[in-house]
Write a protein that binds this ligand. Sequence first.
Ligand code: HEC
Length: 418
Amino acid sequence: MKHIHFLFFLLLLISCKNDTAFYKHELTESAYQFFEIDNERDTILRSKEGVTIHIKKNTFSDEGAIKLRFAAILSKADMIEHQMYTVDQDGGMLESGGMFQLQNMSSPDEPFNKAVRLEIPAEYVNNKMTKYTLANPAEGLAWTNSGQDIDILHTKDMNRGKKLFNKHCTMCHDADLRKDLTGPALGNVHLHRSEEWLVQFTKNSGKLIAEGDLVANCLWFEWNKSVMPSYPSLSNQEIINIYKYIANESQKQKISRNEVSFTQTCDTTAIKTAESSGDRSQQHSHYSNPIYEIILPDAQWTNIDYLLKFETEITPIKLEMQTPYKDLTIMLSFQERNTVIPFETSKETPGTYQLLNFRNYEQITFPIGEKVNIIAHAGEPIKYFKVIEYTPKKQDNVIKLSLDIGSQKQFIQAIERL
Ligand code: HEC
């Protein structure tokens, strides 16, 4: 009888080990930044990623000097290197605006006496972002929605601009900023025209044309001599707000700098930059990036995310490894999203890996047509790794894979390009 108990215990141990091994989330030392603060004073820290950390005095129970460690996982490369995934507790895919953890090194599990505020620079505003936490790390790296919205600073102007744009401009200009309609597409127009010019042109483009402005005349000529309406009633600030919105939306829609071809037809900034190189940075300063603000009540991981929902169902992506590797990790990252999801070993067919799907559906939903990267790696300090580009199909998502040999440095370089 005793033997049977022992056997059960052993089995339990083995199964636990298998489950948790995959979700390893303890980061290597290099992922952390270390600070020492005086607990008797308010402190503002700035991480190397540009995250501002506001700590009130007596946030921690210890007296005097406190050693802190802080981790910010912002990019896909960081996620892949440190095996942090963007999957929620139901198996849903998340897109992350960043994952954060602040710990008092002498008592890492103790809740803070006062909440710590983080300000996180973002490339663009995504209003759908919510706060996720890692409620029970021992159960795996699955994020739980805290139901709390994230405050986004510096967005009032942008939201006002959006309203004005929709009211006055989208009848002629594509709301998605990419297509030419009655008027030209405006994606990234702020990178090709000065702010002052945009204000004057929007107020009264006819006046600029009459005054002989080169760009206005070029546009007028290229656009079959049609003149767009004047907006004398809009204030300078209101017009700037419209372009703040356009700037943010261009980033959000991932429109690359020169994608909208019409903006370049009459681009004179190339000449301007040659004349004075300082001009350009000033010209863009009004389109400063938004900042996400989150509150950390304790030292657990916090993630800014939104839940991705796709329509199309595909058969799960399966990988067949040509050779077995020790400590193999395989993950998938979207090329156009800050999303990293792990593959898990198939229980039926050893050597086969399947895109993680907690819900255990036969089919998974996926954005058909979007490109992903599949990254497999094993071993240290000599690395075996492979990064492949893949476009998931509705069926037959079976990939045969073998790894190449390289150094840790080469591996990091490869994932930083993703
Ligand atoms: C009735 C249609 C119409 C409306 C409404 C309209 N536009 Fe235009 N827009 C045009 C046309 C046509 C052009 C092409 C050039 C021209 O007319 O001089 C243009 C050109 C532009 C350009 C220059 C693009 C470039 O490449 O430099 C900007 C900027 C612009 N519009 C902004 C706006 C904004 C902002 C609004 C709303 C406040 C707006 N437009 C409303 C028709 C329109």
